[in-house]
Design a protein around this ligand. Structure first.
Ligand SMILES: CC(C)(COP(=O)(O)OP(=O)(O)OC[C@H]1O[C@@H](n2cnc3c(N)ncnc32)[C@H](O)[C@@H]1OP(=O)(O)O)[C@@H](O)C(=O)NCCC(=O)NCCS
Length: 183
């Protein structure tokens, strides 16, 4: 699997990504909407284990939060992808994105999320993808709406009220142009 957009390359994790994993675990922008330190890894060994866990999830399910790189420079941009979560006893997939602070405001979250959404709905044939964000996370909510997600309700996640959205295949934006080799 490799998704190529105008400016980005999105691919599964490999062990050589340890420095990227370390950097993202400490980045202020990447972590600004989660509890402090929750993604922190203390050393390369711990980062390697986290990467191995992600590789295993990908091998089993073809989903995951994947690393994103700038095509032109190879710079690590952030992560984007799908994640299983339990919604009232049903196994659903959530689309999530997080960018390194030095790559905010370039449209990269929108560009990568669009490619991932296409991958989840059309390559993996998911019947529905969910998305949610805190009400004050305006950038994130804008991205969901731009991609065609439809607001459903407010719901509690990790003890905080979030705006909850869904999208089904027919609602996907037709402007997706990523190249994908799903397997
Ligand atoms: C949310 C996040 C991924 C957005 O990344 P990004 O690459 O900067 O987003 P984009 O450049 O694609 O911009 C998305 C939209 O938000 C808008 N936006 C950017 N900063 C904004 C701000 N401070 N206030 C309001 N809107 C803003 C952009 O203008 C764009 O809308 P537009 O296309 O109508 O102009 C990034 O801020 C981030 O990583 N945040 C921390 C992690 C996080 O919150 N993830 C989402 C969890 S649900």
């Amino acid at each position: 699997m490799q998704l190529i957009t105008d400016r980005l390359i999105i691919r599964p994790w490999v062990l050589e990504d340890i420095p990227h994993y370390q950097a993202m675990s400490r980045d202020v922008g990447y972590n600004c909407f989660n509890a402090p330190g929750v993604l922190l890894v203390k050393d390369d060994q711990e980062a390697a284990q986290k990467i191995k866990d992600r590789i295993k999830v990908f091998e089993e399910s073809r989903i995951g939060k994947f690393p994103i790189f700038e095509k032109e420079t190879g710079s690590f941009v952030g992560t984007c992808g799908g994640n299983f979560f339990d919604l009232n006893g049903a196994k659903e997939i959530e689309l999530g994105y997080r960018m390194m602070l030095n790559h905010w405001g370039k449209g990269y979250a929108t560009e990568s999320a669009r490619a991932l959404l296409h991958y989840l709905l059309h390559d993996l044939h998911q019947q529905k993808v969910c998305g949610f964000a805190l009400p004050q996370n305006i950038q994130s909510l804008k991205i969901l709406e731009k991609l065609g997600f439809v607001y459903q309700n407010d719901f509690m996640w990790a003890g905080l009220m979030h705006k909850f959205y869904e999208i089904v295949p027919k609602e996907i934006s037709p402007s997706v142009h990523n190249q994908n080799t799903a397997h």
